[in-house]
Design a protein around this ligand. Structure first.
Ligand SMILES: Nc1ncnc2c1ncn2[C@@H]1O[C@H](COP(=O)(O)OP(=O)(O)O)[C@@H](O)[C@H]1O
Ligand SMILES: [Mg+2]
Length: 220
């Protein structure tokens, strides 16, 4: 498989609800790519730059109603603008495969489907800020919110640092929100079947990693 045969290497994103296994799979995918001799970077949103990580902290900590839905879109886009300019584009230009934990689809699923910001509005602002940068391949890790939230709550309890506030602002949102987000991701995948690959996140981590790798190979 040659991930570098195009002008630029692949920009790969992983999407999905809380506890769907994005971080776990990103690490496995990056290891696999590295083993196969690809240059690769992993990064995440919101975040990816020191400034973006500060925005992340504002975004994911605190009470659920702290930010209005539209303010959330603008916050993540401020972080995303810098992330793309300073990290994603330079890495792709340097010949590195970029594997990113969440990107624009999360904004559509969470702030659009989940919190009710009109999808056209999100698309318009995104187009103005990012232009045409779209991931080449997006894995949508699909899990029942009950299962995902349980996993993610367990992980947070394990990693809990008593000195810092938990990154649980979205986990705390009502259950119907998480169902809307899941449905949103599935709708995105339906609209863009060439880019989006749905991965069943109910299986074990090894099975998921195999599914991701075999789907990635087929696209190349
Ligand atoms: N396929 C899986 N089956 C069971 N538990 C999983 C699976 N994938 C991840 N986990 C566990 O669930 C928790 C959340 O996984 P993580 O990769 O952090 O998800 P995300 O980044 O999507 O929130 C972690 O404790 C992780 O070890
Ligand atoms: Mg994660």
């Amino acid at each position: 498989m040659n991930l570098h045969h195009k002008k630029r290497p692949l920009f790969i994103t992983l999407e999905g609800g809380e506890g769907s296994g994005k971080t776990t799979q990103i690490n496995k995918l990056a290891e696999r790519l590295t083993r196969e001799n690809y240059k690769v970077i992993t990064t995440r949103e919101p975040g990816g730059t020191p400034e973006g990580e500060k925005i992340r902290s504002l975004f994911v900590k605190g009470g659920t109603e702290k930010w209005s839905p539209l303010a959330e879109v603008l916050l993540v886009l401020a972080a995303r603008a810098m992330h793309v300019e300073r990290v994603v584009n330079p890495a792709l230009d340097a010949g590195k495969v970029v594997v990113c934990d969440r990107f624009s689809d999360s904004t559509v699923a969470y702030q659009g489907y989940g919190r009710g910001v009109p999808l056209e509005k999100i698309e318009r602002i995104t187009q103005d800020v990012l232009g045409d940068l779209t991931p080449d391949v997006t894995f949508i890790l699909d899990i029942e919110p009950e299962v995902g939230l349980k996993r993610s709550t367990k992980r947070m309890a394990r990693e809990r640092n008593p000195d810092s506030q938990a990154e649980d602002r979205f986990e705390k949102m009502e259950f119907s929100f998480h169902q809307k987000v899941r449905n949103g991701f599935l709708e995105i995948a339906k609209r863009e079947p060439d880019r989006c690959i749905i991965i069943d996140a109910a299986g074990g981590t090894e099975k998921m990693a195999d599914d991701i790798w075999s789907a990635l190979s087929k696209r190349l």
